[in-house]
Design a protein around this ligand. Structure first.
Ligand code: FES
Length: 121
């Protein structure tokens, strides 16, 4: 079963605090991992100013996490999300614009910012 599937028991429910917005570089990204028994849910949050957007950390190409070693989810110019696996490029809304999964998109992981804190939504 893939990490993005809605019935993944490791996927946190709405209302879970993830971090302070200030803990995410601006612009930048941060990974989050949750475990439930043998299952894991992997997500990441991209920050742009006071806004944050979450995605399941699973590339539509091969299902690998996009930035397995650190929180470097964005290209150097911060205009795109980059998959370290085979170099797919995604617009900041999650649509793949170049690479082996062009035309596909990342799965959304809804998050919201409240009073400077990032929460699952
Ligand atoms: S796993 Fe992301 S481009 Fe191949």
């Amino acid at each position: 079963m893939a990490s993005w599937e809605p019935d993944n028991p490791a996927r946190p429910p709405a209302g879970v605090r993830l971090c302070a917005l200030a803990e995410i570089a601006d612009p930048g990204g941060k990974s989050f991992r949750f475990r439930e028994g043998s299952r894991m849910f992997a997500g990441f949050v991209i920050r742009e100013g006071e806004a944050a957007r979450g995605f399941v950390d699973s590339c539509p190409h091969a299902g690998w996490p996009l930035a397995p070693l650190d929180d470097r989810y964005l290209t150097r110019d911060a205009r795109h999300i980059l998959c370290a696996g085979h170099g797919a490029l995604f617009a900041l809304d999650g649509h793949c614009i170049a690479g082996p999964c062009a035309g596909d998109r990342l799965h959304d992981w809804p998050v919201e910012v409240r009073a400077g804190e990032v929460w699952t939504a």
